[in-house]
Design a binder for this molecule. Structure first.
Ligand SMILES: NC(=O)C1=CN([C@@H]2O[C@H](COP(=O)(O)OP(=O)(O)OC[C@H]3O[C@@H](n4cnc5c(N)ncnc54)[C@H](OP(=O)(O)O)[C@@H]3O)[C@@H](O)[C@H]2O)C=CC1
Ligand SMILES: CC(=O)N[C@@H](CCC(=O)OP(=O)(O)O)C(=O)O
Length: 345
């Protein structure tokens, strides 16, 4: 199947290429670049020389629709909402790595993304691509809203606890950390080497755009209006997200009991690995892979459940999850092209 990637010179796009290179059913026919059309991708990313080089082109919707069946958008927010409607009308399926089609509340979109939401007929079509809860609807998606990185790690850590009523859903506090590649390839002073190295900072406290996304997912799952406290931090590493979550337990559970529930919930989900009692995952243990690893501790002393969930932000948090969703949309094994070990050390 021929596909295209838009946002060619960004990290999400180049990570899509890394996995699609080994995908048996997919050929990357076009890489579209806003800033570098006409340039060879290997001139921007020399590691692709001779193995995955392609000349980038400018976006031309009619031609694209004739050439490919599926388009991945690895563009900043407020870009895909202006292009996806016309591609979908021409029968092209779209997977959007950005946040444009994730929220179903126009006021929240305006508040957190600073612009008007996409036209409602397209928001209504969009399927939120967290396959661990939405697999059936993903199969039919014409617009697939790939989840954000923090919402992926956080929701996967919380879903069994919310579904089984193991915690008080109004007591959730999420303390999350990301590597610098989460901010994309663009330059900014905060990510300058000397501002970043040996440093650790919280940012967008109380106002981060992933707050409404996390709340939407958890609220839909529980059929109640859940609010969370979410504080993101950036740490001096390239890849990885760790979401450490605290919530009041609804009963006097022991860690082993909760782990059994989590194991049973995720038994048919190949990319979620629940760690044994006493083992808490680290970001490097999922580096470069599509896994989400989860560790739990039921703190009987304070009555809190502590959940640690780790992903690679560029893989399960973005491009890997997008490919997993594509596999489900086309009826292929969801592990196709993604079945590789984390890079360690
Ligand atoms: N990095 C991460 O860990 C994650 C990222 N995401 C989301 O995925 C998307 C891509 O992220 P990422 O690849 O990291 O970001 P980057 O900033 O690395 O890349 C985005 C690319 O989009 C293109 N672009 C920039 N401005 C415009 C514009 N106005 N119109 C069209 N294209 C434009 C540029 O490529 P070119 O000029 O070549 O077209 C740019 O390199 C974003 O929405 C991001 O929030 C989601 C989860 C995790
Ligand atoms: C360090 C850093 O800036 N990380 C980014 C990660 C989020 C992201 O990529 O956003 P979407 O998935 O919603 O598009 C941020 O906090 O905005």
């Amino acid at each position: 199947m021929d596909v295209a990637i838009i946002g060619g010179t960004g990290y999400g796009a180049v990570e899509l290429l890394r996995f699609l290179h080994n995908h048996p059913h997919v050929n990357v026919k076009k890489v579209i670049s806003h800033s570098n059309s006409g340039t060879d991708l290997a001139d921007v990313y020399p590691h692709l020389t001779e193995v995955a080089d392609i000349q980038m082109s400018a976006l031309e919707v009619d031609t694209l629709a004739e050439e490919v069946e599926l388009v991945f958008f690895a563009t900043p927010s407020n870009v895909s909402k202006n292009v996806i409607p016309s591609l979908v009308e021409k029968g092209v399926r779209c997977i959007d790595l950005s946040g444009d089609f994730r929220l179903r509340n126009g006021d929240k979109y305006q508040e957190y993304y600073g612009e008007e939401i996409a036209p409602w007929q397209y928001i209504d079509k969009a399927i939120y691509g967290l396959s661990e809860i939405n697999k059936e609807s993903i199969k039919e998606a014409s617009i697939l809203a790939n989840p954000g990185c923090y919402p992926t790690a956080t929701a996967l850590g919380l879903i069994p606890a919310i579904e089984q009523g193991l915690i008080d859903s109004q007591s959730i506090i999420i303390d999350a950390k990301t590597g610098v590649s989460g901010a994309g390839r663009g330059l900014s002073l905060n990510f300058h080497f000397s501002e970043m190295t040996e440093n650790f900072r919280a940012y967008q406290v109380g106002v981060h755009k992933h707050i409404p996304e996390i709340e939407q997912t958890l609220s839909e799952l529980s059929h109640e209006n859940i609010q969370v406290i979410f504080t993101p931090h950036v740490v001096p590493m390239t890849r990885g997200i760790m979401s450490t979550i605290y919530a009041d337990m609804s009963d006097e559970y022991q860690t082993k009991q909760l782990l059994d529930i989590y194991h049973s919930y995720y038994k048919d989900h190949p990319f979620v690995r629940v760690r044994p009692e006493g083992v808490i995952p680290a970001t490097k243990e999922v580096y470069g892979s599509n896994y989400c690893d989860i560790g739990l501790y039921a703190d009987e002393r304070t009555g809190k459940l502590i959940i640690v969930s780790v992903i690679d932000n560029l893989v399960k948090g973005a491009s890997g999850q997008a490919i997993q969703n594509m596999n489900i949309m086309y009826g292929w094994d969801e592990k196709t092209g993604l079945d590789q070990l984390p890079i360690f050390p």
